[in-house]
Design a protein around this ligand. Structure first.
Ligand SMILES: Cc1ncc(COP(=O)(O)O)c(C=O)c1O
Length: 441
């Protein structure tokens, strides 16, 4: 047991997306990690069923990634990214765009998923303006969408708890309906058969606002943070077609789905639907150093670059830490690990086993739906009457006590393990959950 002194130091840290008082009454601290496991402050091994926060795709403290970060810190700590650069930023960009589908050939770096989203929304509006279409400023998100915590991201996002505290958000935003219809979709294995027509709501928004005012639609190909909503068969294809018909850009927020989560490099590849802009983060460095990126198709990049006379800055946007050397080094090493260890293929090969394991919880106490795709899973919990989220919180803490980290999203338990998981560890996650479901009221 580690000797941690909490006597007077719990108050200062204002924890994000956390019930601070509840947490500080019974803290859960992670002090080290290796492979599939965390070590908790009370010395227990915790199996990571969530890849941290959907992000540690290569497993914890991979020696190759650790070494790359160490070496980079001693070689070049920082280089300004405005009007200056460092060579590895170009190397990484070139490597990344060989992995992206279609002509998503240009990459703009940030540090978080939230920043990637703000960047993509800004590029979309700036693109239309560069084309002489300055009236296209509206942005369309989706109910239950999560696009981080910037004002743009919460405006296009669709999770009420993340919006209601923050005033009027951004003007000119509207939302598609979410795609979850438990009456027709419950217990679907993989993509639900029913629900492609939810995409047609975009035609109605075009009818309401006129396409000449709409810049872009942003969706997560698989909605993650809201509790894993899998797109119905044909839905993304239909959204793509309606965007094309009306000259609206399609943005995929692949902050969770990028880098192997579905068993392909990106959801765009998995579903065979090409977005115009694609946001990634998390798995780009396997979460070792903060980094995010937006990929843009040729026509967007070229229109923006061409719209400004040479010598002028073509996009007035960027971050002090865009392409930070430590993040770039971490990402280069992470991409090597993904390739050398075949982790995306591994995720694909494991996904039928994962699907069977998740769906083996059908009939378990409190379970009212199960969803899966790639190495993502969700267990929808019947809430206690009049007490939403309480039962699911008890399941989350029960699993933690039993040595497995799962994630609570409202009344849903989300699962998204590192892609290095073994079948026996999948069994451990599911059997721990089954036991906790049985024991929780
Ligand atoms: C789809 C999606 N977009 C954006 C974000 C925000 O990323 P960050 O927390 O790195 O800002 C997340 C985080 O979970 C996400 O899942």
């Amino acid at each position: 047991m580690r000797d941690l002194d909490f006597s007077n130091n719990l108050d200062a840290f204002w924890m994000p997306f956390t019930a601070n008082r509840q947490f500080k009454n019974a803290p859960r601290l992670l002090v080290s990690a290796k492979g599939m496991h965390y070590t908790s402050h009370d010395g227990r091994q915790i199996l990571d069923g969530t890849a941290g926060l959907w992000c540690v795709n290569a497993g914890h403290c991979h020696p190759k990634i650790v070494e790359a970060i160490r070496a980079q810190a001693g070689e070049l700590d920082y280089a300004p990214p405005f009007q200056m650069a460092h060579p590895k930023a170009f190397e990484l960009s070139s490597k990344l765009v060989t992995m992206t589908p279609g002509d998503l050939n240009h990459v703009f770096f940030g540090n978080s998923g939230s920043e990637a989203v703000e960047t993509a929304l800004k590029i979309a509006i700036a693109y239309h303006r560069a084309k002489g279409d300055a009236g296209r400023v509206r942005l369309i998100g989706r109910e239950r969408g999560y696009h981080g915590v910037g004002f743009g991201g919460i405006a296009v996002g669709g999770m009420v708890a993340n919006r209601r505290q923050f005033g009027t958000l951004m003007a000119g935003v509207d939302h598609l309906p979410h795609t979850y219809d438990p009456k027709r979709q419950a217990y679907s294995r993989g993509q639900p058969d029913e629900g492609a027509e939810f995409a047609d709501a975009l035609e109605r928004l075009v009818g309401l606002h006129d396409s000449s005012t709409i810049a872009a639609v942003i969706v997560e190909p698989v909605a993650g943070s809201t509790g894993v909503l899998i797109p119905p068969k044909g839905y993304l294809e239909r959204l793509r077609a309606i965007c094309d018909k009306h000259g609206i850009l399609l943005i995929f927020d692949e902050v969770i789905t990028g880098f192997g989560r579905l068993g392909a490099a990106f959801a765009a590849e998995f579903f065979g639907v090409l977005p115009d802009l694609m946001c990634v983060a998390k798995g780009i460095t396997s979460a070792t150093v903060p980094m995010s990126a937006v990929f843009a198709r040729d026509f967007i990049h070229d229109a923006l670059i061409g719209a400004t006379p040479e010598g002028g800055i073509e996009l007035a946007h960027g971050y002090t830490y865009s392409s930070h050397p430590l993040a770039v080094a971490a990402s280069l090493a992470t991409l090597d690990v993904y390739r050398e260890e075949g982790l995306f293929e591994r995720a694909r090969e494991l996904s039928p086993y994962w699907e069977d394991a998740v769906h083996s919880l059908k009939g378990a106490r409190h379970v009212i739906d199960l969803r899966n795709l790639g190495l993502v899973g969700a267990v929808e919990i019947d809430p206690r009457p009049g007490a939403p989220m309480k039962r699911t919180y008890d399941i989350f803490t029960g699993c933690y006590k039993a040595g497995v980290l799962v994630r609570q999203a409202g009344d849903i338990i989300c699962l998204s393990p590192p892609l290095i998981i073994e079948k026996s560890q999948i069994d451990q996650i599911i059997e721990t959950l089954r036991g906790v479901l049985e024991s929780v009221d």
